[in-house]
Design a protein. Sequence first.
Length: 322
Amino acid sequence: MYIYSKYVIFILTLLSMNISYSQILDKKEDFSRINTSNCDFCLCYMGISPLDFSGKGIRIDTRYLLLDRLVNNNRVVDNTEESYEKHFTLQLSLIYPVGKKISVIGIVPYSVREGRESAEEKTSYTSGLGDIILFGRYPVLEKLNVNSIFLLSAQLGIKLPNGKPDEKNSANELIDAHLQIGTGSTDFIGGSNFLYSHKRFSISSNLLFSVKTRGKTGYKFGNTFNYDITSKYMLFQSSIGKNMFFINTGIKGDLRGKESQNGILISNSGGNTLFLTGGFNYFLSPYVSLEAQFMEPVLYTFNGIQDAESFKFVTGIQFMFY
């Protein structure tokens, strides 16, 4: 049974609030992680910050994405067809160090999706284990002192085609590719993460590029470039690494290339969405923290007429074992 109201999703995400922490907090520094976003309907993970998912650990994220706006010539217009998509993802991430610097991270998503192209059409539902992502991360530069931190890391990875990409509706027709649990393609991922922290203030940035290949059904999502820049400020802490509360704000962007079916480009696809973000991070201990972030789109630059995101909401849970 599929129940999708904003209130139900909000309760579900609060029940799995994101818990994260970093090895650097053990070095008595004052900063926390901003969870990055992801393009749920193309299964492109935005990347994990080098700030806190380090050492050995387990992280659980929940994400909710709603698309019920219609954009034509980069302007929001009336969605008279009442088309929409809803994406809820529960994601498990595992990290394990290989050697002194390289870390291997595995990401396993479970997704529930719902959508329709018009009010006259029957709503499609899908759920199941999504495409698994594996990648390695390497710290390129680390500079730590009493009052400040500078970090730069790089990551390379691959998205595996294990999620089901060919779910059909009651008429035995393929459900829209954006609602499929998997893409049926093997994709390649590269990116970088940056952080500068000074006393209570920090600024971080994440970049991620994904090269898509054609999937099992002949559908190919466009290459993606995801980016963000976020500032954080620590309001209080009771002791080093305990009861630390941060607020954060920033911008995020999802740039997507045009999609294609059997080699034929889809004109109403591809473009860029820019979000304003806000949230908090709360560290209970050097091993456990909470976080949540809300993302509101403020600018659409699309090709043709497309459904667009109305908002994204992200939370999670993380445990670190040093």
